[in-house]
Write a protein of this length. Structure first.
Length: 64
């Protein structure tokens, strides 16, 4: 169980690290846009991302 959690966090860090390494100026633009969102919009985006992540995890479990 703990190995799976480490694996998941590692993948997140790899993907986020690559985004900043490959397109740092674009990431700055995205962060500025995020700062302009209201708290409600950020919350909705967070729920959407969490739901998408859950769908991916469930799909991986079903397919694997």
């Amino acid at each position: 169980m703990i190995a799976t959690i480490f694996w998941a966090f590692g993948l997140v860090l790899i993907i986020e690290g690559l985004a900043f390494a490959l397109a740092p100026s674009r990431m700055e633009e995205i962060l500025k846009l995020m700062a302009e969102l209201s708290a409600g919009q950020k919350r909705q985006l967070g729920v959407l991302c969490a739901a998408l992540g859950l769908c991916l995890v469930v799909s991986a479990r079903v397919l694997g």
